[in-house]
Design a protein around this ligand. Sequence first.
Ligand code: B16
Ligand code: MG
Length: 211
Amino acid sequence: MKAFIFDLDGVIVFTDKFHYQAWKKMADGMGIYFDEKINNRLRGVSRVESLEIILERYEGEPLSAERKAELMEEKNNTYRKLLSTMTPADVTDEVRNTLKELHERGCKLAIGSSSKNAKFILEKVELLDAFDAISDGNNITHSKPDPEVFSKAGEFLGEKPDNCIVVEDAYAGIDAAKAAGMTAVGIGDAFGYDKADVKIQTFSELLKLAE
Ligand code: B16
Ligand code: MG
């Protein structure tokens, strides 16, 4: 049976609105222009790279590494406050039932997320037990499009890359999956990406890949 590796934000849950609010608060405090279009560029991108994208609009004196670390901490504190309002209702029945059905069919399931908050999010929505392994921002040194997060997820599951199917909403995530030698399924934003091996419009279409 196949092993599935799921990106978290944009596939299982939708926390981009919280990322937006938290970065917006930080950017406003620094007098930096930030909008939803710029926020879209942060999809699947690590925290430190997200900050650098936002700072492209910064016109003040160069910031020290310490100041950048402070800004990321400030953003993360706001973000975690927003995440703490999440409940199991933030995961659709379709997602929950599909994960259950894939498990029942004998598939192994893992998370492959850039986020350092992945476990916190999964606890809030009560999905931690739905996965056999979690590879996230805490166990990687290179972020997507580097394959590391997915290669680690495959290792944690004890599966070879050619048996792993990655489900991703970000272009960088599809590139990472292909670089890992895995099958890449594009959903959401990545539905429009020609490098995805399979494109799906709704989560339950994954069941067709586990027949
Ligand atoms: P954190 P994913 C990614 O999650 C988000 O899409 C991206 O916007 C965020 O910057 C990144 O996690 C890091 O998140 O600040 O919580 O460590 O899509 O890879 O599940
Ligand atoms: Mg994502």
